[in-house]
Design a protein around this ligand. Structure first.
Ligand code: NAD
Length: 284
């Protein structure tokens, strides 16, 4: 209650970012989101027209206080190539890089308490690693792993002491998941490793906690684009200890715990929220 949260990577009501927004709002937080410029107009439109699933578990309605344009591959506006800045989806926004967005958030809402990284992109995710180009691999790392490092660098100074950061990772960091290619498995491994190092450095520097959630398979927009999501859902159903449907809200509740004072001594961890699939070493 009384806390302010910034969630980077919300573009519709199907993904983990949205589910986390709901649970944080229900717990009393003011929710600000960062939306990728290519999907910004569409998201604002359906949000304003009331076309998104805003129903909270307690009967209330999700309120998003503000939507900031954000492209997490740019650390400062100086890094944005002119052709991007002048392109259709970007030209209308004065700022959308991480540093300027952090400053804009601070200016309008003061210091924040909660920071969520719910974004990833790997242009060659559908390709085997043996077919992946250097550029595709490095883009996966830039968008999906370094973006967390930069997010914490830029937002750390505008976070209150005792604040908390959560990101999303995937089991492909720990073992081979055929079909999750393009260097995305390694990018998630980097994200988990960086979570430990960022926990130490940001803990000492600002007294904030940094954790990541390894989530089960969800039919989000990003996952549908990868193409193997139905296979992953089926595999999880057949092999995980728990056979209940895995939902975005399972991650929403776990993230809210990690982001709350209830998790006050938890930092640097990867928490598996996946019906237990990660714990199996042999199919049942
Ligand atoms: P999603 O499509 O709801 O979220 C991804 C968001 O990232 C989108 O809103 C997209 O617009 C945004 N985005 C992409 N590139 C960006 C950029 N350069 N700057 C800013 N935003 C950008 O899908 P999701 O599945 O909820 O993904 C959220 C996180 O969960 C990702 O880190 C993903 O890897 C992770 N995850 C997903 C699954 C799954 O099965 N869906 C499983 C484990 C982990």
């Amino acid at each position: 209650t009384g806390k302010t949260a910034f969630i980077a990577g919300v573009g519709d009501d199907k993904g983990f970012g949205w589910a986390i927004a709901k649970r944080l709002n229900q717990a009393g937080a003011t929710v600000l989101v960062g939306t990728w410029p290519p999907v910004y107009d569409m998201f604002k439109k359906i949000l304003e027209r009331g076309k998104l699933d805003t129903a909270l578990d307690d009967g209330g309605t999700l309120e998003i206080a503000d939507v900031f344009p954000l492209d997490a591959v740019y650390d400062t506006m100086k890094d944005v190539p002119r052709e991007v800045r002048e392109s259709k989806r970007y030209a209308q926004h004065a700022v959308f890089a991480l540093e300027e967005t952090a400053k804009a958030v601070k200016k309008k809402y003061g210091k924040i308490d909660i920071l969520v990284h719910a974004l990833a992109n790997g242009p060659e995710v559908h390709k085997d690693l043996l077919e992946t180009s250097r550029e595709g691999y490095l883009t996966a790392f830039s968008t999906s792993a370094y973006s967390l490092v930069s997010l914490v660098q830029k937002f750390g100074p505008v976070m209150n002491e005792g604040g908390s950061v959560v990101s999303l990772t995937y089991l492909a960091a720990d073992g081979t998941v055929p079909g999750y290619g393009g260097g995305m498995g390694a990018a998630k491994a980097a994200l988990q490793s960086d979570t430990r190092t960022l926990a130490f450095e940001a803990g000492r520097k600002w007294n904030i906690r940094v954790n990541t959630i390894s989530a089960g398979p969800l039919r989000s927009r990003a996952a549908r684009a990868i193409g193997f999501i139905d296979k992953a859902v089926k595999y999880s159903m057949a092999n995980a200890p728990l056979t209940q449907d895995f939902t975005a809200d399972h991650v929403g509740t776990a993230a809210t715990f990690l982001l709350s004072p209830l998790a006050g001594a938890i930092t640097g961890t990867t928490m598996y929220v996946d019906n237990g699939l990660h714990s199996m070493a042999m199919a049942p």
